[in-house]
Design a protein around this ligand. Sequence first.
Ligand code: PBG
Length: 326
Amino acid sequence: MGPGPVRLRRLRRTAGIRELVAETDVAPRHLIYPLFVRSGGGPPTPIGSMPGIERYGIADLGEVARHISGEGLRAVLLFGVARRKDPEGRDAWAADGLVPRAVRAIRRAAPDLVIATDVCLCAYTSHGHCGVVRDGEVDNDATVERLGRVAVTHAAAGANLVAPSAMMDGEVEAVRRALDRAGHSATGILAYASKHASAFYAPFREAEDSAPSFGDRRGYQIDYRNARESLRAMARDAAEGADLLMVKPAITSLDLLARARRRVPLPLVAYQVSGEYAMLKAAAAAGVVDERAAVTETLTAIRRAGADLVVTYYAREFARWVREET
Ligand code: PBG
């Protein structure tokens, strides 16, 4: 008589034993909360396609940051919603621009909060593309030079991390050089390394009013059919001096996270993007899934695949659920 079937259920029988052998956990410290800052006063403005997410004026940011920090979250990713847009996106590198002012306000109110800033031109250009357009195409090298300037204004204001997201070649190297030249060698780079051209960014483009007015972003973002190209982009950005690597969207990139985890020693950050958030919100509102259970499952799967950190619009709600548990 042999030993019989492998009885995996022995370790599933009680909550106690399941807790004992659980391999993956998600805690507020793993989450980064995206924050939209806009110019002007007045109450926070909602974003139609992203229930619960708002754009804040500078005057409210300090208090919001204090709350976020008090909720056990350690980091925010800041996006500016520009009012003035022009073909070059000039407002993006204004020293007293929206994002530098927001960084200062957050830093004053919540000194320990890690502040990362998105470094791109799409929210500042009148055409909505991520860079400078010449002859109907985004000019790579003219754009990376400007991204360097943008990063320096954010670092000078006190950002801990800058996150170039335009998907231009050489943007990490250009940003690293610009930061070092300006004396900001201590500012880190969170590189959007594997960023697919995705339908799941649509709600974000409403939030940022940054949808391209012609064409699309497939000329610079990665084709989602490609995995080797993503791994190549991650290796390249690491070699150019990135400190952390971002992969996005999250739930459509679990294979990439798993593969990258084995190859790159850098911290991996997955971005659960606006469309992923909107999808979960819609399913929850329709009553077809339990929101907390579904969100926790996605965040856990993203961590299980290999992400150290997750950027998610659910960060504050998740932190609240954890508080309510204890
Ligand atoms: C800027 C940028 C985008 C997102 C993050 N940075 C939009 C885009 O590339 O079109 C998407 C984030 C989200 O959907 O939540 N380039």
